[in-house]
Structures are given as C-alpha cells and as structure tokens.
Design a protein around this ligand. Sequence first.
Ligand code: ASN
Ligand code: ZN
Ligand code: CA
Length: 332
Amino acid sequence: YQGIETGTGNTMYSGTVTLGTTQSGSTYNLTDAARGNHKTYNLNRGTSGTGTLFSGPDDVWGNGAASNAETAGADAHYGAALTWDYYKNVQGRDGIKGNGVGAYSRVHYGNNYVNAFWDDSCFCMTYGDGSGNTHPLTAIDVAGHEMTHGVTSNTAGLNYSGESGGLNEATSDIFGTAVEFYAANPSDVGDYLIGEEIDINGDGTPLRYMDKPSKDGASKDNWYSGIGGVDVHYSSGPANHFFYLLSEGSGAKVVNGVSYNSPTADGLPVTGIGRDKAEKIWFRALTTKFTSTTNYAGARTGTLAAAGELYGTTSTEYKAVQDAWAGVAVGA
Ligand code: ASN
Ligand code: ZN
Ligand code: CA
C-alpha cells in the first residue's frame, strides 16, 4: 500500500497538529504529498547531506519535548506546510518556485547550533537545536522566514548585502509573520515579533520587533544614508517598521494580547490598512516590481506602484503606503 495520509504531530511550539505524511507498506514517513512532496529529514547532529527521512511504524510524530528526535521534525514539517498553504491560499503562489515543487527540511543540524537557514543550492532549509540542544529553531515564524528566502531568490532576487539585503531580510520577517498569523491555532497566535518562541537570547525576548525594531538593541527604526553598511538583519528594520505601520498604524496598540507602540520618524500619525492588504502590497511589489538591486527608495516606488494597481492611486491604501514610508524616513 502507498498512500497520502494525515498524521499527528506532537510539536514543541504548535501543540498537537495534523501533518501531511505518506504511507509506504507498513512504514509512514514525513513526505507531504499534498504539498509538492515536501520531506523532512533528521541530520542527527550531522552538518552535511540529508541524513535520514523521518519514518516509523506509526503516524504519530514527536511527544512535544526536544529530547524526542521526532519533535523538531514535526515542528519543521508543520511550519513548511503552513508556509506552503499561506503562499498558495493567500498569495496564489504554488510553492517556493511557483511550480508546485516542494523543498525539504533538515532538523538537528550540528550540536548546540543556534540558527536556521535557507540554502538555494539544495533548495532546502535547515534548523539547529539551539543552545543546549533544548529549543530547536523550528518555530512557525522562523520556518516562514527561511522558506521566504527561497521565494525571494526565485522572484526579485534581492542581493543579500547593502539596502537590498535589508529588504531581503525584511521580506522574510514580513512573510514569516504573515504565516504565523495565518496559522492561527491556539499555540500560534500571531504577533509582530520574530522568534519569540525559540528563546534565542535565553531571557524570553524575541529576536526582532517590527513595531520598533531598535528594541533589539541593534536594528534601525528608520532609513538613513549609510544604512546599507550595517548587517542585513538590522538594515531590515525600516522595512519591518514600514510593514507594521502600514498594517496597524502608529502609536500604542494591542494585537492578540501583545502590546506595541510604534513611533514615526516624522512624528506624524499613520493609519493602518490591516495586515492582509499590507501583505498583498508587499507580495505584489516583491514579485512584479523589485529587482536584485532594489534599495529603499525603490521599495517605496515599487510598493506604491503595487498599491496603485491593487487599490488605485487615489485610494486610502495608496496614501497609507506614502505615510508609512514617510514614517520610516523614506521620502519622495
Ligand atoms: N537565520 C539567518 C537568516 O535567515 C541565517 C542567515 O544569516 N542567513 O537570515
Ligand atoms: Zn533571513
Ligand atoms: Ca512571531
């Protein structure tokens, strides 16, 4: 017997979830036939190759604890499925390349490895187990972030340095966040924080904050000449901040129980248009306006063009894009 199944994942970050699996004879494996045959592999602390495909005699994966090797596999497989579903159902994109072909995930990379990454050459993403091998980097927003690097590579191709590098990073934070909101299961209430579940700083704080990026101590809130010289994970700040302002508006706000307070560079208020429209504008700009060398000025022009096409140049949405860019010091 060979068939498409739905297994049960007992994840670390998302509770009990349904996973797309495949049955082959009496063995089940983490191959998601409904999503381009996306597979999830166990590197078992290795750092090369694919390791072994997660497989076993039953269709239950992990027990919610990091000590069970399947748990990180369940989280990664779920994050990949949600990201697939988000791009397909919300943005109308069929997989990372838009051709229905799945990627694959590798978990348990190295020992105490505190990072996750996308690699264009294998068309795959990889997750470490975090400090002490106790909190794998397999949270939803991280999975969405990494897979979005694949989408960016296959669309705008934003060069990973200078201002385009910051826009590349911000694109991953924007859609990683979009996927987290899309998940909307009780364990994955969406927020505008990146990596809040993986305890990367060891004190419960997230890796990045979209409402006020400088809260991480390194990211920039606003554009300035010379921002292209800082690390792409910090020059992403103004674009993350733009996305927050465009979605939710400036000032104090509580979303899903999390408090935000977003300033603007010019002191003028911005009225948000909601996350769904902000995502549509960024996606359209990414896929039809941005190129490998787009900088912040170009991102402004591209998102305005996208907003004009989607909502008209006299629309509230178009004006909000203008105001949100002014709010991060990207002017006309
Ligand atoms: N996790 C990091 C990222 O996706 C890895 C890197 O620095 N490229 O941005
Ligand atoms: Zn990244
Ligand atoms: Ca988050």
